[in-house]
Design a protein around this ligand. Structure first.
Ligand SMILES: NC(=O)c1ccc[n+]([C@@H]2O[C@H](COP(=O)([O-])OP(=O)(O)OC[C@H]3O[C@@H](n4cnc5c(N)ncnc54)[C@H](OP(=O)(O)O)[C@@H]3O)[C@@H](O)[C@H]2O)c1
Length: 180
């Protein structure tokens, strides 16, 4: 029986946890698609992982740019034909904003626009345009402030530090219960 190559797309994979996640998936033989908003940084990460003999490919993807999200989904479908896992890792945090209880509404909007609305846009687009071949088995993973969630398991570490964790978890729950 032929085992199909597993493919994961990780947003914000040019550095930090996203790049580390891509590397770990690469070690297990997965094809990793490195989402990055900056093409130079994305290509650098791609070269780094390919030099380590991983099957890694840069995909331009900016959470705040719907066109890049749509083009990324088309590219995944056209060049890889399937998507097994979407790791919603990309996000922003600015220490200057202060804690949620003190952050300005403008700061909250800026963070929510990227971390929540951008993540929802990527997830919806990937499901709609790219994951048709595996819809129903695709796994979603979210990295949020203070919590990690996944569609097949929930792992919590420590209390949520800001408002984003609960928002993403609510969204995740909606997806799991079939309401999205
Ligand atoms: N580090 C922690 O202790 C911690 C704890 C809890 C949760 N988290 C969450 O885990 C995730 C990764 O954390 P990290 O420490 O690895 O963060 P990081 O080093 O700051 O990396 C964030 C990544 O997201 C990308 N990104 C930001 N805005 C984007 C946008 N609009 N479109 C596409 N990509 C965008 C960044 O791209 P650029 O390089 O172009 O900026 C970067 O690749 C974040 O969502 C963070 O909130 C982190």
């Amino acid at each position: 029986m032929q085992i199909e190559q597993k493919i994961a797309l990780i947003t914000g994979a040019n550095k930090g946890i996203g790049l580390a996640t891509a590397r770990e998936l690469g070690k297990t033989g997965w094809t990793v698609l490195l989402g990055a908003r900056n093409p130079d940084l994305g290509h650098t990460a791609e070269s780094e992982l390919q030099a380590e003999k991983f099957d890694a490919h840069f995909v331009e993807l900016d959470l705040n740019n719907p066109q890049t999200i749509s083009l990324a989904a088309s590219k995944v479908q056209r060049e890889f034909g399937r998507l097994d896992v979407l790791v919603n890792n990309a996000g922003i945090v600015d220490g200057h904003d202060g804690p949620p209880s003190l952050a300005s509404i403008d700061a909250v909007k800026r963070v929510m626009r990227t971390n929540f609305l951008g993540t929802v846009a990527v997830t919806q687009t990937m499901i709609r345009e790219s994951c048709n071949s595996v819809l129903g088995s695709v796994r979603l993973g979210f990295l949020s402030e203070g919590r990690q969630t996944g569609s097949n398991s929930d792992v919590s570490f420590g209390p949520p530090t800001v408002y984003l964790g609960p928002c993403l978890e609510a969204y995740n729950c909606m997806f799991l219960t079939g309401r999205l």
